[in-house]
Write a protein that binds this ligand. Structure first.
Ligand code: 5GP
Length: 291
């Protein structure tokens, strides 16, 4: 191998600056792939005239595709017989054609969306996060079934499916729930079929459920990402639970006791987020789902 040229300080500065610009460009392209603004095939085309993209490693390209992730990217790249260190510019015509075929439109029809479970103590603000996520395209948010009575302003089919005890028993018998659990005297369950359909369509799915339910989901779907939502402080959680005018005093006391037990379970989760701002939590979940 020939010796690298000796660079003057100016040349070195210029080279470092160029490398930085290339990294920034690649990071924009990867975000666009994650946001489904660019397809794999479009990025491979871009590499013809864009040196920064041409130097992107193929594994980085594949990992950026929604629903793929690091582990699946490794198996795909070996299936496609491409070296993990290969850059887009170094792909042969045959390899290029195989990748494009693998990720044929829509972006990656074989990819499943990400299943994200948001849990944490009652009163921490999970439902506000879920509500905000319903307004975003990045997630499909599951609607649970429950045997508890609707609160004022809650609508059947929007906030929950309100079931009688008999209806809930029947749904359990028919295997209609992905998970179900009892919480503060009522039962709550996640309808399985809509979740599976959304995932199969490549959508990220959010379940906003209690901790018991989160553990059941992980047992069935080890790839699910369990996110624990923490209150900024215990005092704030108490204030929120006490201030809930929609619950009876007895129910509030039961929730407080439960919340204490629940807080101790954060370590079981893949990720903890502090709920000091709903918007920040929403953005964080969107990033987590695409990583
Ligand atoms: P709430 O009655 O305040 O709407 O909800 C009480 C608790 O039930 C919350 O912790 C909420 O996350 C949880 N929950 C809501 N839906 C489900 C579900 O489908 N399954 C489980 N396991 N918990 C749920």
């Amino acid at each position: 191998m020939s010796k690298p040229p000796v660079l003057t300080p100016e040349q070195r500065r210029a080279a470092l600056e160029k490398a930085k610009q290339f990294r920034q460009r690649r990071s924009v392209v990867k975000s666009d792939i994650k946001a489904q603004k660019l397809t794999v095939s479009q990025v491979i085309d871009l590499a013809q005239n864009d040196e920064a993209v041409a130097k992107m490693r193929v594994i980085e390209l594949i990992e950026s595709v929604p629903g793929v992730g690091k582990i699946r990217a490794q198996s795909l790249i070996s299936k496609l017989d491409i070296s993990p260190s290969r850059r887009i510019a170094g792909l042969g015509a045959h390899q290029r054609a195989n990748i494009v075929k693998e990720f044929a439109l829509p972006i990656d029809s074989s990819a499943h969306g990400r299943l994200v479970v948001l849990s944490g103590p009652g009163g921490v603000g999970k439902s506000s996060v879920a509500k905000a996520l319903r307004l975003r395209d990045e997630f499909w948010v599951s609607v649970s079934a429950t045997t508890r009575a609707p609160r004022i302003n809650e609508k059947n089919g929007v906030d929950y499916f309100f079931y009688s005890d008999e209806e809930f028993d029947q749904a359990i018998k028919d295997g209609k729930f992905l998970e179900w659990a009892s919480f503060a005297g009522a039962r709550y369950g996640t309808p399985k079929q809509p979740v599976m359909s959304a995932l199969a369509e490549g959508k990220n799915v959010l379940l906003e459920i209690d901790i018991d339910g989160a553990k059941q989901v992980k047992a069935h779907e080890p790839s699910a990402l369990l996110v624990f939502l923490e209150p900024p402080t215990w005092e704030e959680l108490v204030a929120r639970l006490e201030g809930r005018g929609t619950d009876s005093e007895e129910r509030r006391a039961a929730r407080l006791a439960l919340a204490q037990e629940e807080l101790a379970q954060a370590s079981y989760f893949d990720k903890s987020l502090v709920n000091d701002q709903v918007d920040a939590v929403v953005e964080h979940l969107i990033v987590l789902a695409s990583s």
